[in-house]
Design a protein around this ligand. Structure first.
Ligand code: NAP
Length: 321
């Protein structure tokens, strides 16, 4: 809830593990935060099957269920949730202003947990065939590939997880990877390499996606990066699992970013603007785990609370005040 002057103490952007954890901590400190959930409430984990490495769930937990539980916990302690996408922010002076379509919210402290989005290949037809044979979410779309053949692009954990999930439905899964060595961790990599339905197209990239919105997906052309040779790959769909880019467009020119567009944080979760904190994948190109995002969300809430206390204090030295 905003204060008497209509200004919120804390607004949190994003509803992944970072945003929800920040909300849990902030609401338990009586800060009554407002959380703006973004276009994909629950974030990336809602597209994951079993999360086996989040402490407290020895048998694993479904990604969507984990996020639903975090949301319920935040609401239980007093977080106000708003759905929708922020279109503009002004962080140049206090109070900060946040636009959600035609509504403007004002706050004294902002926590950014807007995460990262899937990277695409950038090929012609990719957008046109998105949802019609081109997918970034095996959990969401795998069901449609029962008794069909599919391809997965990438060599990381996501690609292996997708390939293993798709192998439950499909007759054959071809992993197309640009090198001859997987980036994925040894457990997932070994499971995929040993799986009888999963084949690997090493040192290869997708050079063309065939089809259009009328004819639908018509297969791929795969190119060997060492020989340059191209080959058709018969497939009923392709899952792109080549990593993510940080959702920081809104903050360009207002917050310091690194060369890849990740928000730069110092002393924990402080950004280049005093009173603005960043947590989770939006500022983390290295670890990108649900648990590290949750941990930094906790840090952001505590640092934001210290900042708010400091604003009341005439002797406050934070941010050179
Ligand atoms: P990632 O680790 O960055 O892997 C991306 C993969 O895509 C790499 O193999 C990369 O190739 C390839 N790639 C990138 N750009 C490409 C392009 N333009 N064309 C073709 N291939 C391209 O991303 P991720 O797999 O999404 O994983 C992200 C993080 O989440 C990681 O830290 C991962 O450990 C974690 N994660 C964990 C789990 C789990 O533990 N269950 C599940 C999913 C994700 P190169 O190898 O040549 O760079």
């Amino acid at each position: 809830m905003p204060g008497k002057n209509g200004i919120h103490d804390q607004i949190i952007l994003g509803s992944g593990p970072a945003g929800y954890t920040a909300a849990i901590y902030a609401s338990r400190s009586n800060c009554c935060p407002l959380l703006i959930a973004g276009l994909q409430p629950g974030g990336q984990l809602t597209g994951t099957t079993l999360v086996e490495n989040f402490p407290g769930f020895p048998e694993g937990i479904d990604g969507q269920e984990l996020m639903d539980r975090m949301r319920d916990q935040a609401v239980h302690f007093g977080t106000t949730l708003v759905d929708g996408e922020v279109t503009r922010v002004e962080l140049g002076e206090q109070p900060f202003r946040i636009w959600l379509e035609d509504r403007v919210y004002r706050c004294r402290s902002l926590i950014i947990g807007t995460g990262a989005s899937p990277r695409m290949l950038g090929l012609a037809n990719e957008k046109e065939l998105y949802g019609r044979g081109v997918s970034v979410c095996a959990t969401c779309d795998g069901f449609f590939y029962r008794d069909k053949e599919v391809a997965v692009v990438g060599g990381g954990d996501t690609a292996m997880e997708d390939a293993l999930f798709l192998a439950r439905f499909a007759t054959k899964v071809t992993v197309i990877h640009r090198r001859d060595e997987l980036r994925a961790g040894p457990v997932l990599a070994e499971r995929a390499l040993q799986h009888p339905k999963i084949e690997f197209s090493w040192d290869s990239v997708v050079s063309a996606i065939h089809g259009d919105s009328k004819a639908g997906f018509q297969g791929l052309t795969v190119q060997n990066v060492k020989t340059g040779q191209e080959q058709p790959l018969a497939s009923d769909g392709v899952f792109i699992a080549i990593g993510h880019h940080p959702n920081t467009q809104l903050f360009k020119g207002q917050l310091e970013m690194d060369d890849w567009g990740y928000l730069v944080t110092r002393n924990g979760t402080e950004t280049s603007v005093c009173g603005v904190f960043a947590a989770g994948d939006v500022q983390d190109p290295d670890f990108r785990q649900a648990i590290t995002a949750a941990g930094s969300g906790c840090m952001a809430a505590i640092q934001s609370q210290h900042y708010l206390e400091c604003l009341e204090d005439a002797d406050c030295r934070q941010c050179g005040k």
